[in-house]
Design a protein around this ligand. Structure first.
Ligand code: FES
Ligand SMILES: [Fe+2]
Length: 348
């Protein structure tokens, strides 16, 4: 039997930087209302086990999960007492700075042993932790600006019904590049036309893009304006506005619309948790649970991200040198150039 050589060309594999790197940045690790005062929650992030705990006064902190005495996981059976975490194994008590402040059966505490902590901030009900591979301080103070719709009486509360988390294969870099990917809206999200990216560009730690698309609906052709702002690689905020025939709106013009955040947090190499939060105007008569048009809007947002985008991302192998079409090259190159700063810590 003979075998035919189809091609004798070989090319080196392009595995891409995201196979191993976690860029520095603010990443969402939960929702503030997930944890009651006095509560503890185990969290896996950045290749490590942590706990989030909420002091009785409401402050939230994040700390290494494993007790500095003999390594019990503080998130399983630990309790919050006087603003500290008490280990379930032998009762050692750890404060928010990771220092042991009490060993119930010893007169001495061991001051040399300290648990790692991460800076934590809460913005509009989302908990963010600062990650830097070598422990560097945050390079920008607030993870993202407050969402004006948060707590607005005409919007649903985000927790628990408008918040969702899933863990999948992926990396925040894919998500942050998605905003300038005009072509994928047709092929992945089934839009009838390629959208127009009106403007895009970086401003410090924020990268903005403004996209406009024509959608065919029963009410005629509707223009959808999407404003996307990424804050570092971990946080993406989208605002959607619809312009119906005969009406005039723009990216700047108000009106109650849908706002979503898509926050991608690396958990272990090649894996990430994707948290999506939606601020949607309340249907008349509703309390916390969306119904009717609002429920349909939420289902559609979840479908677009968790089914359509993620079917691609879950199996994608990131390429450091993609073969861009001429029309898309500039926008992708700008996003990538902007994200360089978050990988800067590495010596290359
Ligand atoms: S392992 Fe935590 S007190 Fe012993
Ligand atoms: Fe997408």
């Amino acid at each position: 039997m003979t075998s035919a050589i189809v091609s004798n060309e070989t090319a080196p594999l392009d595995r891409g930087r995201v196979a191993v790197d976690i860029p520095m940045g603010w990443y969402q690790v939960g929702w503030a209302d997930e944890i009651e005062p006095g509560g503890i929650k185990p969290v896996v992030a950045f290749g490590e086990d942590y706990i989030l705990f909420r002091k009785e006064d409401g402050e939230i902190h994040m700390m290494t999960a494993y007790c500095g005495h003999m390594g019990a996981h503080l998130g399983y059976g630990g309790v919050v007492e006087d603003g500290c975490v008490v280990c379930p194994y032998h009762g050692w008590k750890w404060n928010e700075s990771g220092k042991v402040v009490d060993i119930p059966y010893s007169k001495r505490v061991n001051p040399s042993r300290r648990l790692g902590t991460l800076p934590v901030k809460i913005v509009s009900g989302l908990i963010f932790a600062w990650y830097h591979p070598s422990g560097g301080e945050p390079t920008w103070a607030d993870p993202m600006p407050a969402i004006a719709e948060h707590g607005h009486p005409e919007y649903y509360p985000i927790w628990p019904h408008l918040s969702r988390v899933e863990e999948m294969n992926g990396h925040p870099q894919y998500v942050v590049e998605n905003q300038v990917d005009a072509a994928h809206f047709v092929h992945v999200h089934k839009w009838s036309e390629y959208p127009q990216i009106d403007d895009y560009g970086p401003d410090g730690h924020c990268f903005t893009s403004l996209t406009r698309a024509k959608l065919k609906t029963k009410r005629g052709t509707v223009t959808q304006h999407v404003e996307v702002k990424a804050w570092g690689v971990g946080i993406v905020i989208s605002r959607h506005r619809f312009e119906f025939p005969g009406e005039e709106t723009s990216h700047e013009k108000g009106g109650l619309g849908e706002v979503t955040t898509i926050c991608t947090t690396p958990t272990s190499p090649g894996r990430a948790e994707l948290r999506m939060t939606a601020w949607i105007p309340r249907e008349e008569g509703d309390e916390d649970v969306p119904s009717g048009r609002a429920a349909a809007m939420l289902r559609a947002s979840h479908r677009e991200v968790y089914e359509r985008d993620w079917q691609i991302w879950d199996h994608l192998r990131y390429s450091d040198k993609p073969a861009y079409a001429r029309e898309e090259a500039r926008a992708f190159a700008e996003v990538r150039q902007w994200t360089e700063q978050y990988y800067d810590w590495q010596e290359r």
